[in-house]
Design a protein around this ligand. Structure first.
Ligand SMILES: Nc1ncnc2c1ncn2[C@@H]1O[C@H](COP(=O)(O)OP(=O)(O)OP(=O)(O)O)[C@@H](O)[C@H]1O
Ligand SMILES: [Mg+2]
Length: 251
């Protein structure tokens, strides 16, 4: 299997009031094409920082991140921007939708920015198809304050998928949702993954993580454990077994 992401001795240090905070400490990981990886760990352990550093949103202090075998720190900034736009999808909580655009226009935004993806009409059709697939087509023309939290999160998924990314990064995509909406969002992410999109997501929810193919557990900026969810195990058992593993790690 080809690695989409590979990090080598990835470190991230923040300096606050002349004090160094080593948030990521020599993280070595590999994510292969077609995987759906959950990142878990205590609050403040560096999960979001890891996602930002890997996805080129933030620069690591040292170490390398290879995307499709290419060192992203050696890319020209315009090439990195293009790679991020065309090959990576993002569902980050602080990346709010734009208030002056409708849901559909928000979803289309990365497509309109991209040089690829065909004509404007093609892009609109793709946006609408995604909305239909995620069951939110009826809110296409709504403003962002005229939809529910679950609908907004599904719209974020549509937006992250509009340029058919190779990999989707998500930071607690179900964090603000109730169980029903969370299950629906996970159904969609699992479906996208089964259709070929590699997914890397942070979650605090063992039920959510149990639907991923692999779980990485981070403590204090280091990967402390790795767990493979057996594909042939029934959903309930997957969650129970993962919970036991997490408890052993001090979750
Ligand atoms: N821009 C920053 N400047 C200084 N310190 C930061 C910055 N961003 C994060 N940190 C610190 O880095 C550590 C890890 O933060 P991070 O957001 O990656 O944690 P997390 O595992 O995602 O936590 P949570 O589960 O609460 O979201 C924390 O101690 C945080 O205070
Ligand atoms: Mg976080």
């Amino acid at each position: 299997m080809a690695a989409v992401i590979e990090t080598k001795d990835l470190c991230k240090t923040y300096v606050v009031d002349k004090r160094q905070i080593n948030v990521l400490k020599n993280v070595n990981l590999k994510v292969n094409e077609g995987e759906m990886v959950a990142i878990m760990g205590p609050s403040g352990s560096g999960k979001s920082t890891l996602l930002y550093s890997i996805s080129g949103m933030d620069q690591p202090t040292s170490g390398t991140v290879l995307f499709d075998g290419e060192d992203i720190s050696k890319m020209k900034s315009s090439d990195l921007a293009e790679t991020r736009l065309d090959k990576m999808g993002f569902i980050f909580q602080q990346m709010y939708m734009m208030k002056n655009l409708t849901i559909l226009d928000n979803i289309l935004f990365p497509a309109i920015e991209s040089k690829k993806g065909g004509s404007r009409e093609d892009k609109i059709k793709k946006g609408e198809d995604l909305m239909r697939k995620l069951g939110i087509i009826e809110v296409a023309d709504n403003d962002i304050n005229e939809v529910s939290g679950g609908q907004l999160q599904r719209a974020c998924i549509c937006r992250s998928m509009i340029n058919s990314p190779k990999i989707l990064f998500a930071d607690e995509p179900t964090g603000a949702l109730n169980r029903t909406s969370s299950n629906e969002v996970m159904d969609e992410l699992v479906k996208l993954n089964s259709e070929g999109t590699t997914i890397m997501m942070v979650t605090h929810d063992a039920k959510v993580a149990s639907r991923c193919t692999r779980v990485l557990y981070i403590v204090d900026g280091n990967i402390r454990g790795e767990y493979i969810n057996g594909a042939d195990i029934p959903d309930k058992d997957r969650e129970r077994r993962l919970n036991n593993w997490l408890l052993d790690l001090g979750w």
